[in-house]
Design a protein around this ligand. Structure first.
Ligand SMILES: *Cc1c(COP(=O)(O)O)cnc(C)c1O
Length: 375
């Protein structure tokens, strides 16, 4: 029996346009053939436009998901005797920390309260006292719906002689990457969030100085060796066999983003939907409360805390009946909030190819189902 088609309102994987699904039917190709170079060249050109990428950055595609790209950067830039700082404003900041532990790196954590962005004064104080070689940070924290000032943070990090690695997984394609101003050593992202593609490729933007650093780091691994990935990227190839179905979809979708919708229009659409969701939640104080202040609010997803009388599981079931898959919050974060007897969060994504009309229908359904459940 075919499974029910749900409209995905979760922060990745995101809903796919029919045209993106259709592109999966394009013919497969050989990954070392000239056709692969054509596809990868087109993908790189459009990624460069979406990233507003300076010339001294390389692009590498790495088979896997966002985490694969993040771990590749970490393993390749952090030597065993280096000091690494993981700046965390939520669960995904802590992911870098777990990777560092798993790879035996010497790591410290600088944690900020859930719902807050990076406090640059606190960061500066930590950098001044820590003598770190590498610092990781999250551009858009998907557990809390917070966007951080990566330009300010990366400038501080570089001023203190360290290399910044930025997780841009849930922002890239939805707003300015800010790479040109922030100058991260590596900016990592992936396909299944704001780019509205299936998962399967990590995308790395790599500054020249990351290559110099990686050359001095031993035990970078094989599939996690940034230098190899960049070498293949320069030849418009991917190091290990890619999913050519996904590459076909990437070629079509990135071309649509750059040449049909327009990059700036796409960014503006994400920001307009953020306003829509925030206004919607603010108008329903009986059930929803914004978790993040205006200044720190993510352009790609909005977190709201819900009335304790609302059971997230019941809401999810009711919305499924309406054809939607909703997000009932990041489990790790809700576990923390629950233990502190605080209200639980749900996340309302407005990323990728979700448009204002589709979002409006979703919010109407969420409104009526949440109202019905409280009665
Ligand atoms: C989704 C996400 C990740 C993990 O990406 P995967 O593609 O699932 O590996 C990392 N960081 C952020 C901010 C994310 O939203």
């Amino acid at each position: 029996m075919p499974r029910q088609a749900l409209e995905l309102f979760i922060p990745g994987p995101t809903w796919l346009r029919p045209e993106t699904r259709q592109a999966a039917l394009l013919p497969e190709f050989g990954h070392r053939d000239s056709q692969a170079r054509e596809v990868v060249s087109s993908i790189f050109d459009n990624l460069r436009a979406i990233a507003e990428l300076p010339d001294d950055y390389d692009i590498a595609l790495v088979n896997g998901s966002g985490s694969t790209g993040m771990e590749c950067a970490l393993r390749s830039l952090v030597a065993d005797d280096d000091r690494l700082l993981c700046v965390t404003v939520g669960v995904f900041g802590a992911l870098f920390h777990s990777m560092a532990i798993g790879n035996g790196k010497q790591v410290e954590r600088l944690d900020f309260e859930p719902g807050c962005s990076i406090d640059l004064d606190v960061l500066e104080h930590t950098l001044r006292n820590g003598r770190f070689n590498v610092v990781t940070l999250t551009h858009n924290e998907s557990s809390t719906g917070v966007v951080s000032d990566i330009v300010g943070a990366c400038r501080l990090i570089r001023a203190h002689g360290a290399l910044p690695i930025v997780d841009g997984v849930s922002l890239f394609g939805g707003d300015h990457s800010r790479i040109a101003d922030a100058l991260p050593a590596v900016y990592a992202t992936t396909t299944q969030k704001c780019l509205a593609l299936p998962a399967g490729q990590a995308i790395l933007f790599v500054h020249r100085d990351a290559l110099d650093k990686a050359a001095q780091v031993s035990n970078r691994g094989y599939t996690s060796d940034l230098l190899k990935h960049v070498e293949f990227g320069r030849d418009r190839q991917i190091m290990t066999t890619p999913d050519t179905t996904l590459l076909n979809q990437m070629q079509v979708q990135l071309d649509t983003i750059v040449h049909a919708e327009g990059v700036l229009q796409r960014f503006a659409r994400h920001r307009a939907m953020r306003t829509t969701v925030r206004d919607w939640a603010t108008a329903r104080p009986d059930r929803f409360e914004l978790f993040v202040a205006d200044a720190d609010a993510s352009p790609s997803l909005t977190t709201v805390s819900i009335d304790p009388a609302l059971d997230p599981a019941a809401l999810k079931a009711a919305m499924r009946e309406r054809g939607y898959l909703i997000d009932t919050g990041h489990k790790k974060l809700n576990d923390i909030l629950g233990a502190q007897s605080r209200r639980l969060l749900i996340r309302i994504p407005h990323m990728g190819d979700i448009g204002p009309a589709m979002l409006g229908r979703y919010l109407d359904a969420l409104d009526s189902e949440s109202a019905a459940l409280r009665r």
